[in-house]
Design a protein around this ligand. Structure first.
Ligand code: CNA
Length: 253
């Protein structure tokens, strides 16, 4: 084991309250592309079509949105957790996980076995859909069946309002309760571990920075550099699944 991974293992050993912060890079090895890597979703789709104001104001944008969202959902509904997700589940088994803040909408932390009470989905989830008007909730699979049978834009059965997946789009307010909980955990943890995030999407990326400002050590495992690397106690530029597995094996051997 090289010095970076040994240092990571030691940081896990020393910590008692770990806040894990995950991004799309954790799920690329489960077959879900991220936004910003080569081959990522921004090479295929126009980010403007994911903007909330456009979604609510324009039927044509809703049609494009549901087409993209439908393709993505087909990919993520069958995705399985990879060793990176299983590593995070192991931290919980060992009793050191304070909370798991994820920007991911793919439900893979749930599938990996982390307790729902510890998972804070700050960008929402793709597995449910809600009416923006009356708030009626729908299971995404039910909406997906309608889309797969030719419906282009689904509307609420109850009030006819606009339906939208429970994910946070650009320009949409962050979920208040989740953000407040994430900030409180950032103030309580003694180690923040970032896994697979470019750390350029705000306000989400402010969580690890806040943890560090409040005295927590900061470990980042991401393939490419991030703007927080300079502040981090340890930044490892490798695939998260193998790096985390090795660190955890060393720590709990
Ligand atoms: P991002 O900005 O696309 O960054 C991903 C980062 O992960 C990049 O810096 C990559 O270098 C890195 N990366 C890719 N693969 C690996 C790997 N195997 N090991 C280590 N690092 C890797 O994604 P962020 O999460 O930082 O940005 C936030 C957006 C992305 C959130 O709004 C998410 O909802 C959104 N997103 C989520 C998913 C998902 O739920 N799986 C997929 C695509 C986008």
């Amino acid at each position: 084991m090289d010095e970076y991974l040994s240092k990571g293992a030691q940081m896990l050993k020393d910590a008692e309250k770990i806040l894990v912060f995950t991004g799309a890079g954790l799920s690329t090895e489960s077959g879900i592309p991220d936004f910003r890597s080569p081959g990522g979703l921004w090479e295929k789709y126009d980010p403007a079509d994911f903007h909330f104001q456009r979604f609510v104001s324009d039927e044509r944008t809703r049609e494009i949105y549901w087409k993209m969202s439908s393709e993505l959902y087909e990919m993520l509904k069958n995705a399985r957790p990879n060793p990176g997700h299983l590593g995070v589940a192991k931290l919980e088994e060992k009793g050191k996980l304070l909370a798991l803040v994820t920007q991911n909408i793919d439900h893979l932390h749930h599938k990996a076995g982390n307790s729902p009470e510890l998972i804070i989905e700050i960008h929402g989830t793709a597995v449910t859909v809600s009416c923006l008007n009356c708030k009626k909730g729908y299971d995404r699979d039910e909406i997906q069946i309608r889309l797969n049978s030719g419906l282009r834009v689904p509307y609420c059965d109850h009030c006819g309002g606009i339906l939208k997946p429970d994910t946070i789009s650009f320009g949409q307010a962050m979920p208040e309760k989740e953000m407040a909980r994430a900030i409180a955990c950032a103030e309580k943890c003694d180690l923040c571990v970032v896994l697979g995030s470019s750390l350029v999407v705000y306000p989400a990326a402010s969580i690890p920075a806040h943890a560090h400002r409040n005295g927590a050590r900061l470990m980042i495992i991401n393939l490419t550099e991030t703007p927080l690397d300079v502040q981090a106690d340890l930044a490892i530029h490798r695939p998260v699944s193998t790096a985390l597995t090795e660190i955890i094996e060393e720590n709990y051997a």
